[in-house]
Design a protein around this ligand. Structure first.
Ligand SMILES: [Zn+2]
Length: 174
């Protein structure tokens, strides 16, 4: 099947209610859409404060990705696995069970200069970067105003929150 037909089919099944913000588009931090309304209120409040400050510097800070339904997250992961293979996909996309986006606790901001501005000034508003390979991804970190942005993980696969520890009875033998 033609890739564009496929993408259109996927978007028809999973839409705005699943937190979809179509690729190449963004929404305001005040948009009345599930991707924004589903965010943790404290995260959204911090983001709006930061966006107002950014605007004073002529920077329009927008949201490329916010809350996502588990189904949407799964679709993103499946698409990434198809494109990149499972090992590389894990460096970019979390599972529905572990994704901070599904929990409403992460936001992807744009455009590039707004992400760069937030990377420099976000700690003041309690917004932190988490992954070196995702300069657009921010989460709430209330202590950053005092201690600064904590060290970054290289990518999501290094994030201990994304690891499910399975204790195998075979592996724990003598
Ligand atoms: Zn993200």
């Amino acid at each position: 099947m033609d890739q564009s037909v496929r993408t259109a089919t996927v978007e028809a099944v999973l839409g705005e209610a699943d937190g979809v913000i179509p690729d190449g588009t963004s929404v305001s931090v005040y948009a009345d859409v599930p991707a924004v309304n589903g965010l943790d209120p404290a995260l959204l409040k911090a983001l709006r404060r930061a966006a107002r400050a950014a605007a004073l510097h002529g920077i329009g800070l927008r949201i490329n990705g916010g809350w996502r339904s588990p189904a949407r997250q799964l679709r993103l992961l499946e698409n990434a696995i198809e494109r990149l293979g499972s090992e590389e996909a894990a460096r970019w996309v979390a599972t529905p069970e572990t994704s901070a986006h599904v929990a409403g606790q992460a936001v992807d901001v744009g455009p590039v200069q707004a992400a760069a501005w937030l990377s420099e000034h976000g700690a003041r508003y309690g917004l932190c970067r988490v992954y070196r390979n995702e300069p657009w991804h921010f989460e709430l970190c209330p202590e950053a105003a005092r201690y600064g942005n904590p060290p970054l993980y290289a990518n999501p696969s290094e994030d201990p929150r994304h690891r499910t520890v399975h204790t195998s009875p075979i592996a724990t033998g003598p």
